[in-house]
Design a protein around this ligand. Structure first.
Ligand SMILES: *[C@@H]1O[C@H](CO)[C@@H](O)[C@H](O)[C@H]1NC(C)=O
Ligand SMILES: *[C@@H]1O[C@H](CO)[C@@H](O)[C@H](O)[C@H]1NC(C)=O
Ligand SMILES: *[C@@H]1O[C@H](CO)[C@@H](O)[C@H](O)[C@H]1NC(C)=O
Ligand SMILES: *[C@@H]1O[C@H](CO)[C@@H](O)[C@H](O)[C@H]1NC(C)=O
Ligand SMILES: *[C@@H]1O[C@H](CO)[C@@H](O)[C@H](O)[C@H]1NC(C)=O
Ligand SMILES: *[C@@H]1O[C@H](CO)[C@@H](O)[C@H](O)[C@H]1NC(C)=O
Ligand SMILES: *[C@@H]1O[C@H](CO)[C@@H](O)[C@H](O)[C@H]1NC(C)=O
Ligand SMILES: *[C@@H]1O[C@H](CO)[C@@H](O)[C@H](O)[C@H]1NC(C)=O
Length: 905
C-alpha cells in the first residue's frame, strides 16, 4: 500500500466526523418551546431525533412523499402537524392513531387525490383540516364522518365538481367550509344535506363557475351566516336567483365581488327581504345602473361596498331603503370616461337622503362635474367624507359649495387632487364640526386673507401642501386658533416675513410644515409664541443667510423659545454657519436633520442643550472634524447618527475623539465602513474613518493634556501647602534674612581683634558645671581664646539683661549648649535665644554654634527655642560625643566653627 493512499485514507477518517457534523447540522430542525420547525430542509423522511415532547411539528417545504405512521410513534404529543408543500400522495389512517392529540392537520399543496372512509377515522380531535391545493376531484362515501370536532375544512383549489362531501349527516361542528377554486357548476338541492346538523358560519364558493342554483339548495344550511361568491360570473339574473335561494336563511354577510353584475333593479335583491343582511360587497362588478329601490330590501345593511363599478347615473331612489348603512364605499364606482360633459356621471339631488345612519362615505377617484347644492343633503350622521380626486371641475370653492353638508356633523373632509384653484371666503362656514381638512395636491393660488377659514371653529388639522402658490398675511390663520397641525409644503409661500407673523395666533400648533418653499426671508417673530410646537419642517428652503455672522443686524434667531420642539428638519438650506445660540432654547429636541448643507466648523457648545437628542443627521456637509466640545452633549443619548459623506480630516485633533466614541457607543450608525471616509491628510484619503489608529494620539489628545495640566496644578498646590506646613519657618527665616540684607544691614564681619570674646556661651543654669569643666581647659590651652561665661565675666552691678545684651555684642560667636535643661530654662527661652537669633540675623548665621549634649528632636528645639537645625550650617552644629576618644575630634570641630567667617554662603 502506497504512503499516498494511506495518507488519504487517514485523512478521510479524521475528517469524517466533521463532515457528518456539518451536514447533519444543516438539516437540523429548530426546536423552541416544544415547537419543531423542520421546514425548508429538503427532508425525505421524518426526523427521528426530535424531543419526544414536541407539540408542533412543521414539515413544510420538504420532499416528503408520505407520512409513515410508525415514524410518529415517538411524537405522540403533537397537536399541530404542518405537512404543507410536499409531495405526499397517500395518507394512512394510522397517522391519527399515533397522534391522538392532533388538532390541526395541514396538508396543503400536496398530491392527495383519494380520501377513503378510513383516512381520518382516528382523527377524532381534529378541529382544522387543510387540504387546499391537492388533486381531490371526488369525495366518495363519507371520509369526514368521524371528524366530529372539525371546525374548519379547507378543500379549495382542488378539482371538486360538487359541494357534496358525504352521504350522511356529519360535521356537526363545522363552521367554515372553503370550496373556492373548484369546478362546481351547480348547487343541487341535496348537495349540502350532509351538513344538515351543522351551523355553518362561512361558506366560501368563490371562483367556481356556478351556473345553477337548484331550488332549495341552501335549505340544509339555513343557519349560514356568510357566503362568498366572488369571481363567479353570476350576472343580474343568477344573482337574483341566488338571493331568492337565500331568502329563508340567516345570511348576514354576502360577498358578490367581481361577479359581472351589470345592473340592479328592484327585483335583484328581493330574495333577501326576509334576511337581516348587514354586509354586502358588490365591488368590482360593472354595475352601470342602480335602479330605484334596488336595495329597498336591505334595511339592516350596515357595510356596503360598491367600489370599482361603472355607474353613470345615481337616481334619487337608487339608495332608497339603506336606512342603517354606516359605511359606504363608492370609490371609483362611477363611470370614468369623460369625453364630453354629458357623459360625466350624474348624481341626482337628494340621492343620499335615505342614508340616515351613514358615518363614512368614500367617493375617491370619480369624475363628478361638481358639487350640487343638495348632493349630500340628509346625511345627518356623516363624519368622514373623502372626495379625493372626485371632481373634474371643482375649480372654485365658494360659500355655496358645501351647503349640502350643512347638517352633517362632518369631522374629516378630504379634498385632495381636485384641481381646486381658489377658496373663496366662507367656503367652509357650513362645517363647524370639522377637525381635519385636506386641501393638498390641488392648484390653489391665492392670497390667504383668513376669511377662507370662517366658521371652522373646531379645526385641528389643515393640509395645504402641494399647491400653486399661497401668499400669506398677518391674518391668514387668525380665525383658526384651535389649529394643531398646519401643512404648507411646496406651496411657493410668499410673504413669510410679514409682521405680525401669519402664525401668531396658533398657540396650540404642534406640527408646522414649511418645507420646499425656497423661503429666504423670515424674521425672528415667525415662530414666536408657538410654545407647543413639536415638529417643525423647514427643509429645502434657502435660509442660509439668516444664520450668517455677516447678516446685517446679526444672525436671525428664528428658533428662539421653541422649548417643546422634538423634531427639527433643516435639511438642504445652504447653511454654512450656525450661530452658537441657534438651538439654545430647544431643550426637548429629539431629532435634528441638518443634512445636505455646507456646514464645516460648528461653534463649540452649539449642542450644549441637546442632551436628549436621539437622532442627528449631518450627512453631506463639509464637516472635517468631530470634536467633543461641539458634539459631546449631542452624542450623549443618541440612538441614530448620520454623518455620511463628509470630508473627514483624519488627524488626532480632528477625529480622534470621534473614532474613540464610535468604538464605544451603541448608537446606530449605518454605512459606517463605506460612507465615513477620510479626505485629508493625503496619506489617509479614502480610508474609512473607523480604521484611523488613535493610539498615537493619546498624548496629544486634548483631554489628556487638560488632565495633565490639572494634575500638575494640583500637585504643585499640594507641594506648596506641604512646603509651607513643614518648611514655612525656613522660608520666613530666610525672608527675614534677605529683608535685612536688602534694607542695608551690612554684614558685620569685624576682625577678630574687634571682639572681646571668641564666643558667648548660652547654657542652662543646671549645665554650668559641664560648661566650666569643658570650656575653661580650652581657654588655658589656647591663650587667644576667651569665652564669655555669664557667671564669671559679668560686670558686677550691671543689670543682668543689659549685661547679657552687651556681652553678646562683644562676642564674635554665640554658642548654645543645648540640653533638656536649656529647653526648660525660662530666661534662655524668652530672651537670650531671641536676642541671639536677632543678632545672628543682623550679623550672620555663622555666628551661632549649637552644641548638643544630648539627642534633642528638631520639633522640640523648634517648640522651645524657635530654632531648627536647618537654619544653620552643618559645621556649626556639633554633637558632644559619647565616646571619650572622639572628644579631640569634637574640639577640633569646635575650633573650625569658631574660626569660620560670619557669612551666608
Ligand atoms: C421536553 O423535553 C426536553 C428535552 O428533551 C426538556 O428540556 C423539556 O423541559 C421538556 N419540556 C417539557 C414541557 O416537559
Ligand atoms: C411552518 O413553516 C412555514 C414556513 O416557514 C410557515 O409559513 C408556517 O406558518 C409554519 N406552520 C406552522 C403551523 O407554524
Ligand atoms: C422511519 O422511517 C425510516 C425510513 O422511512 C425507517 O427506516 C425507520 O425505521 C423509521 N423509523 C421508525 C422509528 O419507525
Ligand atoms: C319595481 O319597479 C317597477 C317599475 O320600474 C314597478 O312596476 C314594480 O311594481 C316594482 N316592484 C316592486 C316589488 O316594487
Ligand atoms: C332579523 O332580526 C330580527 C330582529 O332582530 C329578528 O326578529 C329576526 O328573527 C331576524 N331574522 C333573521 C332571518 O335572522
Ligand atoms: C356668499 O357670498 C356672497 C358674496 O360673495 C354673498 O352675497 C352671499 O350672501 C353669501 N352667501 C352666504 C350663504 O353666506
Ligand atoms: C386624503 O386622501 C388621500 C388620497 O386617498 C390620502 O393620501 C390622504 O392621506 C388623505 N388625507 C387625510 C388627511 O387622511
Ligand atoms: C388649546 O389647547 C388647550 C388644551 O388642550 C385647550 O384647552 C384650548 O381650548 C385650546 N385653544 C384653542 C384656541 O382651541
Amino acid at each position: 500500500m502506497s504512503w499516498n493512499l494511506l495518507y488519504h485514507i487517514s485523512c478521510f477518517w479524521v475528517l469524517l466526523p466533521f463532515w457528518i457534523l456539518c451536514t447533519s447540522s444543516t438539516n437540523k430542525c429548530a426546536v423552541r418551546h416544544e415547537v419543531a420547525d423542520c421546514s425548508h430542509l429538503k427532508l425525505t423522511q421524518i426526523p427521528d431525533d426530535l424531543p419526544a415532547n414536541i407539540t408542533v411539528l412543521n414539515l413544510t417545504h420538504n420532499q416528503l412523499r408520505k407520512l409513515p405512521p410508525a415514524n410518529f410513534t415517538r411524537y405522540s404529543q403533537i397537536t399541530i402537524l404542518d405537512g404543507g408543500f410536499n409531495s405526499i400522495s397517500k395518507l394512512e389512517p394510522e397517522l391519527c392513531q399515533k397522534l391522538p392529540l392532533l388538532e390541526i392537520l395541514n396538508l396543503q399543496h400536496n398530491e392527495l387525490s383519494q380520501l377513503s372512509d378510513k383516512t381520518f377515522v382516528f382523527c377524532m380531535n381534529l378541529s382544522e383540516l387543510h387540504l387546499m391545493s391537492n388533486s381531490i376531484q371526488k369525495v366518495q362515501n363519507n371520509p369526514f364522518k368521524s371528524l366530529k370536532n372539525l371546525i374548519k375544512l379547507d378543500l379549495s383549489h382542488n378539482g371538486l365538481s360538487t359541494t357534496k362531501l358525504g352521504t350522511q349527516l356529519q360535521l356537526e361542528n363545522l363552521q367554515e367550509l372553503l370550496l373556492s377554486n373548484n369546478k362546481i357548476h351547480v348547487l343541487r338541492r341535496e348537495d349540502f344535506d350532509f351538513l344538515g346538523n351543522s351551523s355553518l358560519k362561512k361558506l366560501e364558493l368563490s371562483s367556481n363557475q356556478i351556473k345553477e342554483f337548484s331550488p332549495g339548495c341552501f335549505h340544509a344550511i339555513g343557519k349560514i351566516f356568510g357566503l362568498s361568491l366572488n369571481n363567479a360570473q353570476l350576472g343580474p339574473s343568477l344573482t337574483e336567483k341566488l338571493c331568492l335561494e337565500l331568502s329563508n336563511t340567516r345570511i348576514q354577510s354576502l360577498s358578490l365581488s367581481n361577479s359581472q353584475l351589470s345592473k340592479t333593479s328592484n327585483m335583484t335583491f328581493i330574495g333577501l327581504k326576509q334576511t337581516n343582511l348587514t354586509m354586502l360587497d358588490l365591488s368590482y362588478n360593472s354595475i352601470n345602473v342602480i335602479g330605484n329601490d334596488s336595495f329597498a330590501w336591505l334595511p339592516d345593511l350596515e357595510y356596503f361596498f360598491l367600489e370599482y363599478n361603472n355607474i353613470d347615473h345615481l337616481f334619487s331612489r337608487s339608495f332608497y331603503g339603506l336606512f342603517n348603512v354606516r359605511y359606504l364605499n363608492l370609490r371609483r364606482s362611477f363611470t370614468k370616461q369623460s369625453i364630453s360633459l354629458s357623459s360625466l356621471p350624474k348624481i341626482d339631488d337628494f340621492s343620499f337622503q335615505w342614508l340616515k345612519c351613514l358615518e363614512y362615505l368614500n367617493m375617491d377617484d370619480n369624475n363628478f362635474p361638481a358639487l350640487k347644492s343638495n348632493m349630500f343633503t340628509g346625511l345627518i350622521k356623516l363624519k368622514y367624507l373623502s372626495l379625493s380626486n372626485s371632481f373634474s371641475s371643482l375649480r372654485t370653492l365658494t360659500n355655496e359649495t358645501f351647503v349640502s353638508l350643512a347638517h352633517s356633523p362632518l369631522l374629516i373632509l378630504n379634498l385632495t387632487k381636485n384641481k381646486i384653484s381658489k377658496i373663496e371666503s366662507g367656503a367652509f362656514s357650513w362645517l363647524g364640526h370639522l377637525k381635519v381638512l385636506d386641501l393638498g395636491l390641488n392648484e390653489i393660488g391665492q392670497e390667504l386673507t383668513g376669511d377662507e377659514w370662517t366658521g371652522l371653529e373646531k379645526i385641528s388639522e389643515i393640509y395645504l401642501s402641494y399647491n400653486k402658490y399661497l401668499q400669506l398675511t398677518s391674518n391668514s390663520f387668525a380665525l383658526v386658533p384651535s389649529l394643531q397641525q398646519l401643512m404648507l409644503r411646496r406651496v411657493a409661500l410668499k410673504n413669510v416675513d410679514i409682521s405680525p407673523s401669519p402664525f401668531h395666533s396658533l398657540h396650540n400648533l404642534t406640527i408646522l410644515d414649511l418645507s420646499n418653499n425656497n423661503i429666504a426671508n423670515i424674521n425672528d417673530e415667525l415662530l414666536e409664541g408657538l410654545l407647543k410646537l413639536e415638529i417643525l419642517d423647514l427643509q429645502h428652503n434657502n435660509l442660509a443667510r439668516l444664520w450668517k455672522h455677516a447678516n446685517p443686524g446679526g444672525p436671525v434667531h428664528f428658533l428662539k423659545g421653541l422649548s417643546h420642539l422634538h423634531v427639527l428638519n433643516l435639511e438642504s438650506n445652504g447653511f454654512d454657519e450656525i450661530p452658537a445660540e441657534a438651538f439654545k432654547d430647544l431643550l426637548e429636541l429629539k431629532s435634528i436633520d441638518l443634512g445636505l448643507n455646507n456646514l464645516n466648523i460648528l461653534p463649540p457648545s452649539v449642542f450644549d442643550n441637546q442632551v436628549s437628542l436621539k437622532s442627528l443627521s449631518l450627512q453631506k456637509n463639509l464637516i472635517t472634524s468631530v470634536e467633543k466640545n461641539v458634539f459631546g452633549p449631542a452624542f450623549q443619548n443618541l440612538s441614530t447618527l448620520d454623518m455620511r459623506f463628509n470630508p473627514f480630516d483624519c488627524t488626532c485633533e480632528s477625529i480622534a475623539w470621534f473614532v474613540n466614541w464610535i468604538n464605544s457607543t451603541h448608537t446606530n450608525i449605518s454605512e459606517l465602513s463605506s460612507h465615513y471616509l477620510c479626505n485629508t491628510p493625503p496619506q489617509y484619503h479614502g480610508l474609512p474613518v473607523m480604521l484611523f489608529d488613535i493610539s498615537p494620539c493619546k498624548d496629544s489628545a486634548p483631554f489628556e493634556l487638560l488632565f495633565m495640566i490639572n494634575t500638575s496644578i494640583l500637585l504643585i498646590f499640594v507641594f506648596i501647602v506641604l512646603l509651607i506646613h513643614f518648611e514655612g519657618w525656613r522660608i520666613s527665616f530666610y525672608w527675614n534674612v534677605s529683608v535685612h540684607r536688602v534694607l542695608g544691614f551690612k554684614e558685620i564681619d569685624r576682625q577678630p581683634e574687634q571682639f572681646e570674646y571668641a564666643a558667648y556661651i548660652i547654657h542652662a543654669y543646671k549645665d554650668r558645671d559641664w560648661v566650666w569643666e569643658h570650656f575653661c581647659p580650652m581657654e588655658e590651652k589656647d591663650q587667644t581664646l576667651k569665652f564669655c561665661l555669664e557667671e564669671r565675666d559679668f560686670q558686677a552691678g550691671v543689670l543682668e539683661l543689659e549685661a547679657i545684651v552687651n556681652s553678646i555684642k562683644r562676642s564674635r560667636k554665640i554658642i548654645f549648649v543645648i540640653t533638656q535643661h536649656l529647653l526648660k530654662d525660662p530666661l534662655c527661652k524668652r530672651f537670650k535665644v531671641h536676642h541671639a537669633v536677632q543678632q545672628a540675623i543682623e550679623q550672620n548665621l555663622d555666628s551661632i554654634i549649637l552644641i548638643f549634649l544630648e539627642e534633642i528632636p528638631d520639633y522640640k528645639l523648634n517648640h522651645a527655642l524657635c530654632l531648627r537645625r536647618g537654619m544653620f550650617k552643618s559645621h556649626c552644629i556639633l554633637n558632644w560625643p559619647v565616646q571619650k576618644e572622639r572628644i579631640n575630634a569634637f574640639h577640633h570641630k569646635l575650633q573650625v566653627a569658631l574660626g569660620s567667617r560670619n557669612s551666608v554662603h
